[in-house]
Structures are given as structure tokens and as C-alpha cells.
Design a protein around this ligand. Structure first.
Ligand SMILES: Cc1cc2nc3c(=O)[nH]c(=O)nc-3n(C[C@H](O)[C@H](O)[C@H](O)COP(=O)(O)OP(=O)(O)OC[C@H]3O[C@@H](n4cnc5c(N)ncnc54)[C@H](O)[C@@H]3O)c2cc1C
Length: 388
């Protein structure tokens, strides 16, 4: 398809080159990357920016472990490396901070076996991450009580690749940048209702029918059903929600503190001095957005792990639904049999670290230009195969 191709949609509205459903972190990055190369973009969000899983406050950007290297780990590694400059550009363009900092991560070791495994990973990290990022196994943390040494009886891993950002700050900066771009139309409170894939027309909740060059489904947990329908396999489940709960403490923490990750608990000191902790990982739940005793347990564990927050007040409790595709990998690229419909979904626990690179892949798909290599395991065809 040609950039700037002028199609006319049903109802006389000019058809965008790219219609995106969903203004979470994935839809926003895609809109920005597409608009930067000159595509006309219509971003339709049924609620508001960050209304879904992207509306939390954790923002951990943590690599997969460095051994058994594969396409997914390589994709994520390159994304985590590049994100630093991507954010710097966005901050320069908008004058807004995204709360990004490459602070590294500490992981307590609680058994001799865990320590041995960690020591073996030093060479793997060097081989796969290169010399720029460290991966050490130490006896004690550099900073007193961060984390509590009682939690780390066999020492701890200290790696320097991990970073963090503040999710609402990033989504606000992306939205602010998009608002300045003449080729972007953002419609909030307007949801995608259905897609006519033969005609390449989308029906929106404001009553409009919009023709599109391409349509990207970046609508979080709701993307899976649309993608299955677009693949003409509506009864296939391509993914679903995993609920997560998190809490924010008022703590006056130093913003250069590394992330702490132990047995499913993350502790993240943000630029504001507030400390975010998470998360639960729930397949079954009654209330998708409520917080409960499961979060209380995470809070207790985090207070034990990091005494800095032992008496700090909790100022916010939050829950959201992570989009988890079948097989856990992100789902990216054209739908088999419907090449104008694109998946931008299933980032599960790593979306904030990879969304900008996923967007580069899709823009390359649309324009026919060069883009990052995408692992086969991300393709919709691969996920459909798994689902069957
Ligand atoms: C407790 C918790 C902690 C997390 N911690 C981290 C972390 O530390 N690091 C990390 O990388 N990730 C983390 N995640 C995961 C991350 O938040 C998600 O992977 C990410 O936000 C998904 O982004 P998305 O844009 O795909 O979906 P979403 O953010 O869910 O956005 C989808 C958007 O689509 C809209 N929408 C839905 N249906 C329609 C429709 N039909 N038409 C138009 N719009 C529609 C929704 O309103 C929503 O705004 C966490 C998640 C949770 C719940």
C-alpha cells in the first residue's frame, strides 16, 4: 500500500492508512511510529488513554534470564537496549518526563542451588548481553537493607540491564506527542464494534463505518476474540486475561535504587520517591478490577523484603488484566487470510519493554520497508497453530 493513498470510506470519511483499536502502551507506540513515517492514523479507544492494563504504576523493564537464548529473548533484549534512546527522543519532543531510569535489578538467592545457577548465568549474560551490561553474583547488597539481607541468605544477583519507567507518564507523553501530529486523529470514548474483513471496513461505537488500509488490534485482552474472528476461527481461544494487583507506597525512596525481584514480588522505586510493589498473577477471579487479600499478601512480602517501606503508607491499590496470548509470546503481524488486519497484542508481562519494537515490526509490515526481525513464534499463524 502506498503511504498517503487516498481511500474514501463508507459515509464519505477519508480512510486512514492505519486504524488502531486501543490506546494502551502498544496502540500508542504504534500510532507514533506509523505517524512518524507519514501514515495517516486513526486511533480509536473505547474509554481513555491507559484505561486498560497500561494504567498501572509498576513499569518494570526486566530481561528474561540470559541462558537458553532464543528469538524472543533476543527481541526483548534489543528492545530493552533501544528503549532508553526512544524515551529520550520522546521526552525531548514533548518536554515531558516518562520516569525512565536504567537502575538495574537485585534478585535475592535463597538456596545453594539458586546461587550455583546464578553463577552459571554470568557467562551466559556476557555471551548474550555483551559487555555493556553487568551480571554479578554478590554476597550482600551495595545499599543497606535494599533488600533486607535476611531475605538473601545465599547472596544476590545484581544485573545492570533492567530499567523502569512510570506507565502513566509514558502514556501521557505518547498521547501528548500524537496530539501534535497533523496525520493523527485520536477518538476517545469510541470503541471498535466489528470488522468487515472482505470490505476492509470497521464499525465503531459512534455509528461510523471506517474503511482502512490496515487495522491493528491493540485492544489488550479484547484483541484475542477480534483476531480469532478475523482469522475466521471465532471459536478458537487465542489468549485471555491474567489479573494482576499492585500497590503504591509513599516512601521518599532514592530514585537510583535498583529494582528488587524475589519470588514473584517486584519492588520499584520511582523518580517521585514513591515505591510500587506487585504483583499477583491470577487466572481465576470474580472482580477484574478489585483488590483484595491477595494484594495484602504481596504488600506484606514486599515490606519484609525492603524495610524502607515497612511503615510507609499505601497510597494506591490497583488491579488490571494482562493480555496473555496462548503460548505466552506476544502476537504480532497479519492475520492469515486477512492480511490487512494486524495483531498488536499479547505483551503479557513485558509490554512496556517491547511495545516500541513491536510497533517497528508492524510499520515495516505496512510500508514494506525494513524493520526488526520478528520471531516466528510471535506470528498469528503460530498462535493459531498452538490454539488448535
Ligand atoms: C498488576 C500489573 C503489573 C504489571 N507490571 C508490568 C511491568 O512491570 N512491566 C511491563 O512491561 N508490563 C507490566 N504489566 C503488563 C502490562 O501492563 C500490559 O502487558 C500492557 O499494559 C498491555 O498493553 P496493551 O496496550 O496491549 O493493552 P491495554 O493497556 O489493556 O490497552 C488496551 C486498550 O484497548 C481499549 N479497548 C478495549 N477494547 C476496545 C475496543 N473494542 N475498541 C477500542 N478500544 C478498546 C481498552 O480500553 C484499553 O485502553 C503489568 C500488568 C498488571 C496488571
Amino acid at each position: 500500500m502506498m503511504v498517503g493513498d487516498s481511500r474514501v470510506a463508507h459515509g464519505g470519511q477519508a480512510a486512514p492508512d492505519l486504524l488502531i483499536a486501543g490506546a494502551g502502551v502498544t496502540g500508542l507506540w504504534l500510532a507514533l511510529k506509523a505517524a512518524r513515517v507519514g501514515l495517516s492514523v486513526l486511533l480509536a479507544e473505547r474509554a481513555h488513554v491507559g484505561a486498560g492494563a497500561s494504567g498501572g504504576f509498576l513499569g518494570a523493564l526486566m530481561p528474561h534470564s540470559p541462558e537458553r537464548w532464543n528469538g524472543k529473548k533476543d527481541f526483548q533484549f534489543r528492545a530493552l537496549v533501544d528503549l532508553e534512546s526512544e524515551i529520550a527522543t520522546l521526552e525531548a519532543e514533548t518536554g515531558l518526563s516518562c520516569g525512565y531510569r536504567r537502575v538495574g535489578r537485585l534478585m535475592p538467592l535463597t538456596s545453594e542451588r539458586a546461587r550455583t545457577t546464578a553463577l552459571e548465568r554470568i557467562a551466559e549474560a556476557k555471551a548474550n548481553w555483551g559487555d555493556r551490561f553487568g551480571f554479578e553474583v554478590n554476597h550482600t547488597p551495595d545499599r543497606h537493607n535494599w533488600p533486607n539481607i535476611v531475605s538473601a541468605p545465599r547472596g544476590l544477583v545484581h544485573e545492570t540491564l533492567s530499567a523502569r519507567l512510570m506507565p502513566p507518564a509514558l502514556t501521557a507523553a505518547l498521547a501528548a506527542r500524537l496530539a501534535t501530529m497533523p496525520n493523527v486523529d485520536i477518538r476517545l470514548g469510541v470503541g471498535l464494534l466489528s470488522i468487515d474483513r472482505q470490505e476492509s471496513v470497521a464499525h465503531l461505537s459512534d455509528g461510523s463505518a471506517i474503511g482502512f488500509g490496515h487495522l491493528a488490534l491493540a485492544n489488550g485482552v479484547d484483541a484475542f476474540a477480534f483476531l480469532a474472528a478475523a482469522a475466521d476461527q471465532p471459536s478458537v481461544s487465542l489468549g485471555g486475561p491474567i489479573k494482576g494487583q499492585a500497590a503504591l507506597f509513599d516512601a521518599d525512596a532514592s530514585p537510583d535504587l535498583p529494582l528488587v525481584y524475589d519470588d514473584g514480588i517486584y519492588v520499584i522505586a520511582h523518580d517521585s520517591g514513591q515505591v510500587a510493589v506487585g504483583s499477583t498473577s491470577e487466572r481465576e477471579f470474580d472482580d477484574p478490577h478489585g483488590t483484595d487479600v491477595l494484594l495484602d499478601d504481596v504488600i506484606k512480602g514486599a515490606r519484609r523484603l525492603c524495610p524502607l517501606i515497612r511503615h510507609a503508607p499505601v497510597v494506591q491499590r490497583w488491579a488490571g488484566l494482562r493480555p496473555r496470548a496462548i503460548g505466552r509470546d506476544p502476537m504480532l503481524g497479519p492475520v492469515p487470510g486477512a492480511p490487512r488486519i494486524l495483531a498488536m497484542a499479547g505483551g503479557f508481562k513485558i509490554s512496556f519493554g517491547v511495545a516500541h519494537r513491536m510497533a517497528d515490526c508492524l510499520v515495516a509490515e505496512i510500508t514494506g520497508g525494513g524493520g526488526p526481525d520478528m520471531p516466528d513464534s510471535f506470528s498469528v499463524a503460530h498462535h493459531l497453530g498452538k490454539a488448535r
